[in-house]
Design a binder for this molecule. Structure first.
Ligand code: FEO
Ligand code: CA
Ligand code: CA
Ligand code: CA
Length: 646
C-alpha cells in the first residue's frame, strides 16, 4: 500500500490533523458536484431509466469496475423490484428462504409453509456469510462450506393475512413454530461448476441447521453461574436456541463466530421486582417484544423465567467442519447486542475479537485471548475464547483510543457496584462499560481488520438522537443520519500488528452522506455514488474496503447496495457502487472466496415495509407470480472469470 505505516502515537495524531486541515482547504475551494440523488419523497420523474447518477466523472484504474448509478426508490418499477450489478459481472441466486439444506429435505411450499420442513430448510433473513474452503486450512475457492446467519423473521412478508400492526396477535401457533425454525444458522457444502455457477451439495453430511430449537453449550466465566440457571437448565451450561444472529467472523482455526444481537425483541411479560429487572432494562428488554414465542414456551415469558435473557446476547462459536461438535456460546466475550465478532491475530499469536454493540450510544469492545493460537494442534485452540480480557473503547479528544479492561475487582467493578464475580461483569457488560467511562458511539455495526495494513475499520451506522451537546471527535455529527467509519491505526512491532495494545491512534475514514448537504467527508474525495448508513464491511485480498449499506432508502430514498473504495493513495475513501438490492432490502454479509473470484452477498428482507398480500417486490420470484419475496444469498462473478476487482 502506498500509505506509509507510522510508528508513534504522536506522529499518527500529527499526520491525521494535518491531513484534515488539508482536506478542509480542498473542500473550501469548492468544485461543482456532479452527483445526482433522490431525497425522501422526491420523484425522479423526468429522468430516463438508468439516467440517475450517470454523470460519472471519476474512474479508478485500480478499482476495476464501472460504478453502478444510484437507484432511487421512486424509479423504474422493474429496476427497483430487482437486484443490479456493475457491467461485466454475473449474479446467481444461490439459495433462498425455504430451499432445502439438509439431506432429504424438500423445497418449501411458499403458499403453505410448515415448521417441520423449515427445520431442514434455509432460514429467513440471511445476514453474515462465511465461506470456508474444503478442506480445513486450504484455500480452495471452488468448493467449500457456506455458513450463513438467519437473523430474524418478517411474518408479515412470510404469511398471508398479517400486517405490521397486528402481527403479535394474528400469527398462528404453526406460524410461530416456522419462525422459531427460520432463525439461527445454516451450514452448506457448495461447489462451483466450470460455467462459474454454484451448487449446493444437498446430500453432504456437513450440512446443518441451527435454530431456536437447537441445543447450545455455554462456556467461559459466566457458564454455570446461578444467574445463568433456569428451571429447564439447572446447570446453567446448556441453552436451547440462538437468536438474532447478525454478523460474525471466522477464527484462524476454521470456526465461525456469530453475534447474538437484538435479543430484546423476543421476551414478553412483566419484569416485576426481579433482581434482573435493571439488567434487562439496560439491555432494552422491556417485555413488549415483537415475537410471539412466549405463547409456546415459557422461557420467553420474563415473569416465569427471568434468567432466560441472560442466556442470549453472546457470541456463538460453530465448527462447520465437524457436524458432531455442538455450538458454544463463549461468555468471555461479553453479553451485549453483538453486531458481529471480527477476529484479528495478534503479533504474538493471541487472538483478538472486535465487536460492536449495535444500539445508539453503545460501545465498541475487543477481547484479547490469554492463550495463543496453535496452527499445528487444532484441539489446543478449541477453548481459546474462554479465557482472556474483554476491553471497551474510550475515544479521547487527543486522537487516541484507550481500551479499558472489564475485569472483576478492578476500578469500579467490585461489590460496591453489585459485581460479585467476573460472571456478573460479563452478564452486565453494558453496565460495567458505563462505569468504566467508555465512549457512547453512533450504533457500532461491523468491524474488520484490513488484511494488508492490519488497521481495523469500525462502522458506525447512524444515530438520529445525538444532540449538539453530545458530539465528540469519534461521533462528530448531531442527528447523524448517514453514519461514519473510523480507522483504528493498529501499531506494529517488528512488522506485526499489536491488536492487544491498550492505547493507540485512530482517525476518521469517512463521514457518509451527500457532500454539500450533510457535512459528509470522504477524505477529500467527491464520490458520485456516495453512501449512507454503512453496516457490514469486508476487504478484498488487496485491502480494498467493501461497504454494505442498511438504511440508505430510509435516509435518502436510494436503494441499499455495496460500495468499494481504496483505503490508501489518491483515491482513498472514493466510494463506488457495485451492486444494489431490491426495494425494502438491506445488503448483508459480503464475503469473498479466497481468490476473490466470487463475492457472496446477502439480500435481507426484500419488500420490507410491505406485506405478503401486497408486496413491494416479489424478488427473486417473477413479478407476475403470486409468491412472496424471499431473502436470498447471491453469488457474483466476473464475466469470463477472474477476481471481482482485478
Ligand atoms: Fe443486525 Fe446491527 O444489524
Ligand atoms: Ca448489521
Ligand atoms: Ca464483515
Ligand atoms: Ca443495520
Amino acid at each position: 500500500m502506498d500509505r506509509p505505516l507510522r510508528t508513534t502515537l504522536e506522529e499518527l495524531i500529527e499526520t491525521r490533523i494535518s491531513r484534515r486541515e488539508a482536506v478542509k482547504g480542498i473542500l473550501a475551494a469548492g468544485g461543482a458536484m456532479t452527483a445526482t440523488w433522490c431525497l425522501p419523497g422526491e420523484s425522479d420523474a423526468g429522468l430516463a431509466n438508468g439516467e440517475m447518477g450517470e454523470t460519472v466523472t471519476v474512474e479508478s484504474p485500480r478499482a476495476g469496475f464501472r460504478e453502478l448509478p444510484h437507484v432511487c426508490e421512486t424509479g423504474d418499477a422493474s429496476q427497483i423490484a430487482s437486484i443490479g450489478v456493475a457491467d461485466g459481472y454475473n449474479t446467481q441466486v444461490l439459495i433462498r428462504w425455504g430451499d432445502p439444506v439438509l439431506p432429504g429435505a424438500g423445497k418449501m411450499d411458499l403458499l403453505s409453509p410448515d415448521a417441520e420442513a423449515q427445520e431442514k430448510q434455509f432460514g429467513y433473513n440471511n445476514d453474515f456469510i462465511a465461506y470456508l474452503p474444503i478442506r480445513r486450512g486450504e484455500e480452495n475457492s471452488r468448493h467449500g462450506l457456506l455458513c450463513v446467519n438467519h437473523e430474524f423473521t418478517n411474518p408479515e412478508l412470510m404469511f398471508t393475512g398479517i400486517t405490521y400492526d397486528d402481527k403479535l396477535e394474528t400469527r398462528s401457533d404453526e406460524q410461530v413454530r416456522i419462525e422459531l425454525a427460520a432463525h439461527g444458522h445454516s451450514v452448506m457444502e457448495i461447489r462451483q461448476a466450470d460455467d462459474q455457477t454454484w451448487h449446493l451439495v444437498q446430500e453432504s453430511p456437513l450440512n446443518r441447521r441451527f435454530t431456536l430449537n437447537t441445543e447450545f453449550e455455554i462456556s467461559g466465566p459466566a457458564a454455570g453461574h446461578p444467574r445463568m440457571q433456569t428451571e429447564q437448565d439447572p446447570t446453567g451450561k446448556k441453552v436451547i436456541g440462538t437468536i438474532s444472529n447478525c454478523s460474525g467472523g471466522v477464527t484462524p482455526w476454521g470456526t465461525v463466530l456469530s453475534g447474538e444481537e437484538n435479543i430484546q425483541y423476543y421476551f414478553h411479560g412483566d419484569l416485576g421486582d426481579s433482581p434482573e429487572a435493571e439488567n434487562h432494562r439496560r439491555m432494552g428488554i422491556d417485555g413488549t417484544g415483537d415475537y410471539s414465542f412466549f405463547r409456546l414456551d415459557k422461557r420467553f415469558d420474563l415473569a416465569a423465567t427471568p434468567h432466560e435473557p441472560n442466556r442470549f446476547g453472546w457470541v456463538v462459536e460453530i465448527d462447520p467442519y465437524d457436524p458432531e461438535r455442538p455450538a458454544v456460546k463463549r461468555t468471555a466475550l461479553g453479553r451485549f447486542r453483538h453486531e458481529g465478532a471480527a477476529t484479528a491475530l495478534n503479533r504474538d499469536g493471541r487472538l483478538v475479537v472486535y465487536s460492536g454493540d449495535d444500539e445508539r450510544f453503545e460501545y465498541l469492545y475487543k477481547f484479547v485471548s490469554q492463550g495463543k493460537y496453535d496452527p499445528d494442534h487444532l484441539e489446543k485452540n478449541r477453548d481459546l475464547l474462554d479465557e482472556g480480557v474483554l476491553y471497551v473503547a474510550r475515544f479521547d479528544e487527543d486522537g487516541s483510543v484507550n481500551w479499558l479492561p472489564l475485569v472483576y475487582g478492578t476500578g469500579p467493578l467490585t461489590w460496591k457496584n453489585a459485581f460479585h464475580s467476573q460472571a456478573d461483569v460479563l452478564i452486565d457488560t453494558r453496565r460495567a462499560a458505563d462505569l468504566m467511562g467508555a465512549t457512547p458511539m453512533d450504533r457500532p455495526e461491523d468491524v474488520e481488520e484490513n488484511p494488508v495494513t492490519h488497521h481495523v475499520f469500525v462502522v458506525l451506522s447512524k444515530n438520529y438522537e445525538r444532540t449538539e451537546e453530545q458530539v465528540d471527535s469519534a461521533n462528530p455529527r448531531a442527528v447523524n443520519q448517514h453514519g461514519h467509519i473510523i480507522e483504528l491505526e493498529i501499531p506494529q512491532v517488528d512488522g506485526k500488528p499489536d491488536h492487544a495494545a491498550t492505547v493507540h491512534a485512530w482517525s476518521m475514514f469517512l463521514k457518509a452522506g451527500q457532500l454539500e448537504q450533510d457535512d459528509a467527508w470522504y477524505d477529500g474525495q467527491k464520490p458520485t455514488t456516495w453512501l449512507s448508513c454503512p453496516d457490514n464491511i469486508t476487504f478484498d485480498n488487496q485491502g480494498r474496503l467493501w461497504i454494505a449499506t442498511d438504511g440508505f432508502q430510509k435516509s435518502s430514498g436510494v436503494l441499499d447496495g455495496i460500495y468499494a473504495c481504496e483505503v490508501a493513495g489518491p483515491r482513498r475513501a472514493l466510494t463506488k457502487q457495485f451492486f444494489h438490492v431490491p426495494i425494502g432490502a438491506e445488503l448483508c454479509g459480503p464475503c469473498f472466496t479466497p481468490d476473490n473470484s466470487t463475492l457472496f452477498v446477502g439480500v435481507q428482507h426484500p419488500g420490507e415495509y410491505s406485506t405478503f398480500d401486497a408486496p413491494s417486490t416479489r424478488w427473486p420470484n417473477d413479478a407476475t407470480s403470486d409468491l412472496p419475496p424471499q431473502p436470498s444469498v447471491v453469488a457474483i462473478t466476473r464475466s469470463g472469470g477472474g477476481p471481482i476487482n482485478g
